[in-house]
Ligand binder design. Structure first.
Ligand code: FES
Length: 159
């Protein structure tokens, strides 16, 4: 084998330099600019995450005002509407407030407040206003609770 000529070395050197330059260009395309700013701004959280409702459509929003505590007699109950649906609110002891769906678990009639009980007009089921439990059938299952709390002198949703 002959010794490489100066021309051969320069040619190989040039090709290596070009390859190196191409490699650097390839790296530069992925690297941030010298100022540290990318060629386009990164997406914001709002652009990456589609808006979603914060609660189920049939549930009252957290903190929604439902009624005044004074509207519900201590030891009694009232008919109410929560998020457009019939509901029952009771205050078993002063400052303790509970709420239930007024839809009877027997055949879906609207149950009415009756002091410390709830009565269904359709087939006579009776529920305990403090717990929503069945006192008398034909209903077998308790009323569905609705999350509420007392905030100042108001009853507000908790779920
Ligand atoms: Fe309420 Fe039948 S629907 S008792």
């Amino acid at each position: 084998m002959t010794d490489p000529t100066r021309r051969t070395i320069l040619t190989l050197g040039s090709a290596g330099a070009v390859g190196g330059a191409l490699a650097l260009v390839g790296c530069a395309a992925d690297a941030p600019s010298p100022t540290g700013a990318a060629s386009s701004p990164p997406p914001t959280l709002a652009e990456e995450t589609p808006a979603e409702p914060s609660a189920a459509p049939d549930a009252p929003a957290l903190g929604d005002d439902i009624a005044a505590v004074a509207d519900v007699p201590v030891g009694g109950s009232i008919d109410a509407t929560i998020n457009g649906e019939p509901a029952l609110i009771a205050q078993p002891t002063a400052g303790q407030v509970v709420a239930f769906s007024a839809i009877c678990t027997h055949q879906q009639c609207v149950v009415a407040a009756a002091g410390d009980e709830f009565h269904c007009p359709c087939h006579g089921s009776m529920y305990d206003a403090a717990t929503g439990d069945v006192i008398q059938g034909p209903a077998l299952d308790p009323l569905t609770p609705i999350g509420v709390a007392v905030s100042g002198d108001r009853i507000v949703a908790t779920s």
